[in-house]
Design a protein around this ligand. Structure first.
Ligand SMILES: [Zn+2]
Length: 293
């Protein structure tokens, strides 16, 4: 009797792994931290792909159709492709459903524009969607992911709660360490290409003196770059920092005329060889910024 019961439940548990469709690698990693082997995660993009602009490929449609839960940054980051995928997906993952988590709704957003003019190419009309680079936001979004996992898969709720509690403790310890070890970065002047690193900049207390894009999504113009170059003399800018998927366009021009370094931050999980999970991502970002000081 005992062994028959065990066989029954072990196999039904194994079959019950929830399918989590993440728009970006950071959310797939976060879902794995909380869901462990009870979830099977898939990320629609990888670190070298620009999450603003991927194609809604048929392979992604089939993934999203099978998903029990989707988790994306939201705030229009995926406006060019996620709505197309959702048109083909089931009711359980549509906006407002339990299986739909738009992470931006659970964190304080930076850079909410007071004036929106899409004709100017502004791709952040709701505020900056690159929220995962403040690790404190991972806890806020993680808490919501926990809530949803418990609702969708109540039978494993103790498992998810324990995993979240362990993640929370580990991340809080790491956050304290990152802030301590990153003290010397306070006030470090940097420039950015796109506004993709604003939350990391705020977390470590860096000062962003300029962005090469005149507005988020608008490519650098020569007049804008000339203005930036002109302002460099009165400042102490150490680096232009960018994500792996952002091009050098405009950066090389500034770095060729100054001593400012061109620095790639991994941006998300697997953004380089030493950023294999969320903890490594921040360890690595901290190390790169310190070496650019
Ligand atoms: Zn963006």
């Amino acid at each position: 009797m005992m062994s028959a019961a065990f066989l029954c439940c072990a196999s039904s548990n194994a079959m019950a792994a929830l399918e989590v469709f993440a728009c970006e690698p950071e959310w797939a990693s976060l879902a794995s931290e909380i869901g462990g082997d009870k979830v099977k995660t898939f990320s629609a993009t990888h670190a070298r792909q620009d999450p603003h602009f991927i194609k809604a490929r048929p392979s992604l449609i089939s993934k999203v159709r099978r998903a029990d839960l989707i988790v994306c940054s939201g705030a229009d980051l995926e406006i060019g492709w996620l709505p197309l995928l959702l048109e083909r997906a089931g009711a359980d993952v549509q906006r407002g459903a339990v299986g739909n988590v738009m992470a931006y709704q659970y964190v304080p957003l930076l850079e909410i524009p007071t004036v929106i003019d899409r004709s100017l190419g502004d791709i952040h009309p709701d505020g900056n969607p690159h929220i995962h680079l403040d690790p404190r936001n991972l806890l806020l979004v993680g808490k919501e992911l926990l809530n949803r996992l418990v609702l969708i898969d109540e039978g494993n709720s103790d498992f998810y709660k324990l995993r979240f509690a362990q993640f929370e403790t580990k991340l809080n310890t790491a956050i304290a360490r990152w802030l301590e070890e990153g003290k010397q970065l306070k006030g470090m002047q940097v420039m950015t290409k796109h506004k993709s690193l604003s939350y990391l900049i705020k977390f470590f207390g860096l000062e962003e003196v300029a962005s090469l894009e005149p507005r988020p999504g608008l490519p650098p113009t020569s007049s804008h770059l000339a203005k930036i170059l002109e302002s460099v003399g009165s400042k102490n800018v150490r680096a232009i920092i960018r994500a792996p998927y952002e091009s050098d366009r405009g950066i090389d021009w500034i770095t060729s005329k100054t001593k400012i370094k061109n620095v790639i931050i991994p941006y998300t999980v697997d953004g380089d060889d030493n950023s294999g999970d969320l903890f490594a991502l921040f360890d690595r970002s901290l190390a790169i910024l310190k070496s650019a000081l």
